[in-house]
Design a protein around this ligand. Structure first.
Ligand code: TRP
Length: 453
């Protein structure tokens, strides 16, 4: 397939790997996965999550990279070009278009949480957690949520940070940011894990995460493990596709994908171990839910030696993770704008930045002034965006991509792009044609209340 005009490329395989790992490793790993493990009873959930990553996540990520690299275009035009090549209906482009919007919607709430994290860097550094107990930590967080102006400042900063990187382009922006932030992230992670091994209750944490107790496993847990495997690997909306479209031809998609998935899950597991070690050492609640990071952890930081520094490092790590993910949420839309309109990359970044900034304002108001505004099913603005994207748009996007690669594209094109031997290719194809679509469908049916309940 021919290229459209001049497009930038990652300067090495390493750059692609770091950038895609950067996209995958985010708030999903550090904020959401640990609290989901906690709420769903620990180890059995971890096992199901790992199975979802390996059986569905890896094949689907290969699929998305493959689609992007073959198309050499932004996800919307890319799906159109691939559909033409396969003599399939042009309507496939809607998979790409929906993806562009999903990315913008996700950033609308992602930026708010990232803003909380930025605020908590300052709190940790200024010693605000010292000696606080449960009620005080809760009050601190509630008070913050009730202050829209403060949240607005951090949200604005995070949007500027994100679009500031994207405006610089693939090499000077995306690639450079990931080359700096990702190694820094891994370094901080090692320090944190070391610290929590020394100070925390690591053995209880490991026991909690790795001794399977299947009696605690509910259907809801299975469904959310699958949904989260998607979210965690950034699948289903074209973020990985657009990153793949900047990838050189000679790089092996399978091997690279496995490294990325292992890094993503590895970071999630290590962070979980570190967090629960601190939680157990302080006799705190592992199943605290979404407040785990903002209400439970500060108590642990506030009562441990060197807690100010460790707390600051922790929230810095979360910021780096969120930042490199946010970049990938807007890149599909930015690529579309620069490839289809006369806007420059910088102008496109302004346009998307302002759009997401406005959306974010609605989201942050939903925690205070607009608390009683409900969009659908009694859900507020934040929950609506979260549910709409991670339980509907991403799985549907993933399903569509799997069906496209598994049934619509010519086998020789897929094989040529993936470069797999016959055996591995057959396995991949079975997972993409049967296992992934059925699993995603089962989740939908469950959500619609057909099975279970
Ligand atoms: N994977 C990221 C996380 O774990 C979030 C993310 C970035 C994402 N890009 C995405 C999720 C694209 C879905 C689709 O926090």
């Amino acid at each position: 397939m021919t290229q459209t005009g001049h497009r930038s490329m990652w300067s090495s395989r390493w750059a692609f790997m770091l950038a895609t790992a950067g996209s995958a490793i985010g708030l999903g790993n550090i904020w959401k996965l640990p609290y989901m493990i906690g709420v769903n009873g620990g180890s059995a959930f971890v096992l199901v999550f790992l199975a979802c990553i390996f059986l569905l996540g890896i094949p689907l990520m290969m699929c998305e990279i493959m689609l992007g690299r073959r198309a050499q275009r932004n996800p919307a035009d890319g799906m159109l070009a691939l559909a033409r090549e396969a003599r399939a209906p042009a309507a496939w482009k809607w998979v790409g278009i929906a993806g562009l919007f999903a990315g913008l919607l996700i950033l609308g709430f992602y930026s708010i949480i990232a803003g909380w994290v930025l605020d908590y860097i300052v709190r940790a550094a200024s010693g605000e957690f010292r000696g606080i107990d449960g009620p005080a930590a809760k009050q601190q967080f509630d008070q913050f949520l009730a202050t829209p102006l403060q949240m607005l400042v951090w949200h604005t900063l995070f949007i500027v940070m994100t679009l500031g990187v994207v405006a610089r382009g693939v090499n000077a922006g995306l690639e450079k940011a990931n080359m700096i932030l990702m190694p820094a992230l891994f370094a901080i992670l090692l320090v944190l894990v070391g610290y929590s091994m020394a100070v925390g209750d690591f053995s209880r944490s490991a026991q909690f995460m790795f001794t399977p107790d299947f009696s605690k496993l509910t259907p809801v847990a299975v469904v959310s493990a699958l949904g989260h495997a998607f979210f965690s690997l950034s699948l289903g909306m074209g973020a990985v596709m657009v990153y793949g479209s900047y990838l050189q031809r000679h790089v092996s998609i399978a091997r690279t994908t496995i490294y990325i998935a292992v890094a993503d899950t590895g970071v999630g597991i290590l962070i979980g171990l570190a967090i629960f070690a601190l939680v157990f050492a302080n006799d705190l609640e592992a199943g605290a839910g979404p407040g785990l990071m903002f209400q439970t952890l500060p108590i642990a930081f506030g009562s441990m030696p060197g807690g100010d520094i460790i707390g600051t490092l922790f929230f810095l790590l979360v910021t780096f993770a969120a930042w490199t993910s946010a970049i990938s949420l807007v890149e599909p839309a930015i690529a579309w704008l620069t490839e289809n309109t006369r806007l420059t990359r910088k102008q496109s970044a302004w346009l998307i930045g302002i759009t997401d900034w406005l959306l974010g304002i609605a989201v942050l108001l939903s925690f205070n002034e607009w608390q009683h505004v409900h969009i659908v099913f009694g859900l507020g603005i934040f929950d609506t965006l979260d549910k709409l994207t991670s339980t509907i748009m991403l799985p549907l996007g993933g399903l569509a991509m799997a069906l496209f690669a598994g049934y619509v594209m010519k086998t020789e094109h897929v094989r040529e792009e993936l470069g797999l031997g016959m055996g591995p290719y057959r396995i991949w194809r079975a997972l993409i044609r049967y296992v992934a679509p059925l699993a995603i469908l089962a989740v939908f049916l469950y959500l619609l209340g057909v099975i279970g309940n």
